[in-house]
Design a protein around this ligand. Structure first.
Ligand code: FEO
Length: 400
C-alpha cells in the first residue's frame, strides 16, 4: 500500500476496491474500481480529493507514507467533487490534517454544506479561471458543471502539464496498474465506454461543450488523472479526449441490441427470428436476455448500437419486471439516435408490445411497428419476426 509517484512530487494516494460490485445500479462486476486521490508536494502541500469511506484505511496508509507519517503536512485540500466515493473521507481528513484551506466550486460548497453540515471548515470557493499558488506550482480551476454533478470541476496544474479530472475519463477497473499504457487496450476501451454509457451519457451535450472549451483554452496537458481507474499519459491524452468526443456524439453504427425476457421461450424464439432478419441484412446483433445480462451491460452494448429492439410476453396486462427495469434504466441515460421496435408473445390480453413501444417512444427511439404473437410462434409468426428484423435493419441503414 505504497504511494505511487506519477510525476515529480505528485503521488497517487488512492485505493483499489477489488470487491465493489454496484455503483447505484451500475454493475461493477467483475472488475471493481479504484478511487483515485492525488497529493502534490510543494510549499503548500495539496491533496486532491479523498476516497470512499470503506477504503479509508488503505487511503490513510498510502497518504501517511507519502507524508512521512504526518498528515498535518497537508496545507490544502481540493475537493473536485462531493460524491461520497471521493469525499467520503473528507471529515476525518479535515479533523486529522487540519488544513489551512479547502477549495471547492460554488456548487461544491453547497453540496459540502448539505453533506457534512460543518460551519467551521476553512472553505474557499473557486470558480472557472481562478488559480492558486502552491509555491512552485499553481492550480487553475475549471468548473465542469453536470459532468456529472453540478459541483464537478477539473484542477489543472500547468507546471506539471497535469489535469486532475475527477469522474471525467474515469473507468471502473480495479488493477495494480496505474497507467492506461500498462493495461490491455481492449479491456481499457471497454471499461471507458462502459463508464461513459452508464454514468456520463445523459450529459453528452455538456461533454461536447466541455471538450470544446478545454480545447479553446489551449491547455498544455501531458497527463489526465481521473478519479477512477487508469491514468492517461503521453499519446493517451489525445486518445482519451478523442474517445470521449466519439462517446458523446453517439453516432449510430450497424449494430442492434435485442433485449428480452421470456416466460416459456416464445418471446425468446421471436428474438432469435428478429436477430436472423437483422443479421441477413448485414447488421451486427447482440441478443441479450435480461435474466442473463445486467441492465448496465445491456446499456453498454446499446451505447454504440443504432437499434434497440425490446421484447416481453404480456404479464398481468403489462410487461415482465426485468424488462420494465431495463427500460427505466436506459431511459434515464438518455440514448440518442436509435431506431427500434417492440415484440412479445401473449396468452389472452396482449398489451406488452404497446407498453414497450410507449416506453421506447418516450425515450426518442424511432419506431418500426412491432410484432406480437399468441402463445407459441408458428412458422408464419416467426416469418413476421424475421421481417421485423429486416425492417429495423432498413430503418437503421437509412440513418448511417
Ligand atoms: Fe466517482 Fe461522481 O463519483
Amino acid at each position: 500500500m505504497k504511494p505511487v509517484a506519477i510525476k515529480d512530487n505528485v503521488f497517487w494516494v488512492g485505493a483499489v476496491d477489488w470487491n465493489s460490485r454496484d455503483f447505484h445500479g451500475y454493475s461493477l462486476s467483475p472488475m471493481g474500481t479504484t478511487y483515485n486521490a492525488y497529493l502534490l508536494k510543494d510549499t503548500k502541500t495539496t491533496l486532491f480529493d479523498t476516497v470512499k469511506h470503506t477504503s479509508k484505511p488503505e487511503f490513510l496508509c498510502r497518504l501517511s507514507q507519502a507524508l512521512d507519517g504526518d498528515l498535518t503536512k497537508i496545507d490544502y485540500i481540493v475537493v473536485n467533487h462531493l460524491e461520497p466515493d471521493h469525499a467520503g473521507c473528507l471529515p476525518e481528513l479535515v479533523e486529522r490534517a487540519k488544513p489551512e484551506k479547502i477549495f471547492t466550486s460554488p456548487m461544491g460548497k453547497r453540496a459540502m454544506d448539505a453533506h457534512f453540515h460543518q460551519t467551521d471548515w476553512p472553505v474557499e470557493v473557486v470558480k472557472t479561471g481562478d488559480s492558486i499558488s502552491l509555491g512552485e506550482n499553481t492550480v487553475r480551476f475549471i468548473e465542469t458543471r453536470m459532468l456529472h454533478w453540478p459541483d464537478s470541476m477539473v484542477s489543472y496544474i500547468p507546471e506539471k502539464k497535469l489535469a486532475i479530472c475527477n469522474d471525467i475519463f474515469g473507468q471502473n477497473i480495479a488493477s495494480s496498474a496505474r497507467f492506461a499504457d500498462e493495461a490491455n487496450r481492449a479491456v481499457l476501451e471497454h471499461a471507458m465506454r462502459e463508464y461513459y454509457a452508464n454514468i456520463v451519457n445523459p450529459y453528452s451535450a455538456v461533454t461536447l461543450k466541455t471538450l470544446d472549451a478545454l480545447a479553446g483554452m489551449n491547455l498544455d496537458i501531458d497527463m489526465i488523472a481521473p478519479d477512477h481507474g487508469l491514468i492517461f499519459r503521453g499519446d493517451d491524452v489525445a486518445y482519451a479526449m478523442n474517445s470521449y468526443r466519439a462517446f458523446a456524439e453517439q453516432k449510430p453504427t450497424a449494430k442492434a441490441v435485442i433485449a428480452y425476457d421470456t416466460m416459456w421461450h416464445s418471446t425468446e424464439k421471436m428474438a432469435e427470428a428478429i436477430g436472423q432478419g437483422l443479421e441477413d441484412a448485414g447488421i451486427d446483433v447482440q441478443i441479450m436476455w435480461t435474466k442473463a445480462n445486467h441492465h448496465s451491460r445491456i446499456q453498454t452494448e446499446l451505447h454504440n448500437a443504432g437499434a434497440l429492439i425490446v421484447g416481453s410476453p404480456t404479464h398481468n396486462n403489462g410487461i415482465l419486471p426485468g424488462v420494465a427495469a431495463l427500460l427505466t434504466y436506459v431511459k434515464g441515460l438518455r440514448p440518442l439516435n436509435k431506431v427500434g421496435a417492440a415484440f412479445g408473445s401473449f396468452g389472452w390480453s396482449g398489451e406488452s408490445v404497446k407498453c414497450i413501444s410507449e416506453h421506447l417512444e418516450s425515450m426518442g427511439v424511432e419506431l418500426v411497428e412491432g410484432v406480437k404473437c399468441k402463445h407459441v410462434p408458428d412458422h408464419e409468426a416467426l416469418g413476421q419476426c424475421y421481417d421485423l428484423g429486416q425492417a429495423v435493419a432498413a430503418a437503421l441503414k437509412a440513418k448511417l
